[in-house]
Design a protein around this ligand. Structure first.
Ligand code: MG
Length: 256
């Protein structure tokens, strides 16, 4: 009996602390495919279709306080560059993505995501020009996530210290990762973050951070891992999440 329970305990321990599957996050959605483009509603649906761990998306606040989806600080409309933070939503809405979709709002994105049940949504708060804008965006988006009951399926990332602190304050249970690459795992642990989400170059320069983070109970995500060599290196380093524009290539390599 004693022998059996010991065997069971050992089995359980090995099962939980043994090699953990490495997961794939589609960077700006799955966009390198027909009918899709970065940060589009289509890229979110297509990430769901290929059944990866998560789909990443970049968000901003318009000048009149509407959370919108876009990567850059500016958009181009009729050949003119417009700063997202300085442009009202009605104007931003006229911007067409290369697949013909209008520039999405975060509300539309979340409404679509509700039915994308295979994946998590990884929301990147882009660094804004003022703390007020950042606080307003964090508050509005976290409320939208809560209103839809999506708390357990959304994770947050940011280059901005203010944003990761706002997430900790407004959604203490939500996973939150820091992107900027300049803080050690020890500091991130003290800040109460879930982990680090650093560029492949930072991780290649500081490979010991992966094991250090794991020893502290932190997770490690790496972006943007696209080449076969980089994918192999990150698999070898046992990072938890690989953020990539090539989710199918990463999957193929992980399956080997
Ligand atoms: Mg991003």
């Amino acid at each position: 009996m004693k022998g059996l329970s010991l065997t069971l305990i050992l089995f359980f321990l090995l099962g939980t602390t043994g090699t953990k599957a490495q997961e794939i996050i589609a960077h700006r959605g799955y966009w390198k495919t027909e009918g899709s483009t970065q940060n589009s509603i289509a890229s979110l649906k297509k990430a769901n279709e290929i059944n990866v761990y998560g789909s990443e998306v970049d968000i901003w606040l318009s000048s009149d306080g509407v959370p919108v989806v876009n990567h850059d600080a500016d958009v181009t409309l009729d050949g003119k560059k417009l700063i997202v933070e300085e442009t009202p939503y009605a104007t931003l809405r006229k911007v067409k993505l290369s697949n013909g979709e209008p520039l999405p709002t975060v509300e539309e994105y979340l409404d679509t995501f509700k039915d994308c049940k295979n994946i998590k949504l990884i929301i990147e708060f882009k660094t804004h020009t003022s703390k007020d804008n950042e606080d307003e965006l964090a508050r509005k988006v976290i409320n939208m996530v809560n209103d839809r009951g999506l708390q357990n399926r959304v994770e947050y990332i940011s280059f901005g210290i203010n944003f990761v602190q706002q997430v900790k304050r407004l959604a203490p249970e939500a996973p939150v990762y820091y992107l900027n690459g300049d803080l050690t795992p020890q500091i991130l642990k003290k800040m109460g973050l879930t982990g680090l989400d650093y560029s492949r170059n930072v991780i290649k320069k500081n490979p010991q951070w992966v094991a250090e983070a794991h020893d502290l109970g932190l997770k490690v995500n790496v972006w943007t891992v696209n080449t076969p060599e980089d994918i192999d290196r990150m698999i070898e380093l046992k990072v938890d999440y690989i953020t990539t524009d090539e989710p199918l290539l990463v999957r193929e390599k992980l399956s080997k």
